[in-house]
Design a protein. Structure first.
Length: 86
């Protein structure tokens, strides 16, 4: 009939059952999309873990470098004081 919308996803058709199959297909598509999204989130989590580890490594190396610089400056100051006192 004119004015009727036969494409509604929740409309039930008892004679053919085609609308039920469409809803099941939609549910399967949603499940597949959630699985794909979950997989992508796992990949992102792995990448973030890798970046976090790299950041921790860089931070540790910078701390070591800073300590080394402090030690060298202290050693140079001690040498300068020793040469002045001679």
């Amino acid at each position: 009939m004119a004015g009727q919308d036969n494409t509604k996803p929740n409309q039930e058709k008892s004679d053919t059952g085609s609308e039920i199959i469409t809803e099941e297909s939609t549910d399967e598509n949603i499940i597949q999309e959630y699985d794909m999204l979950d997989s992508k989130l796992d990949e992102l989590n792995t990448a973030l873990d890798f970046l976090e580890q790299k950041n921790d490594d860089i931070h540790q190396k910078l701390k070591e470098l800073l300590q080394s610089n402090i030690d060298i400056r202290q050693q140079l100051q001690n040498e300068n004081l020793a040469s002045i006192n001679k």
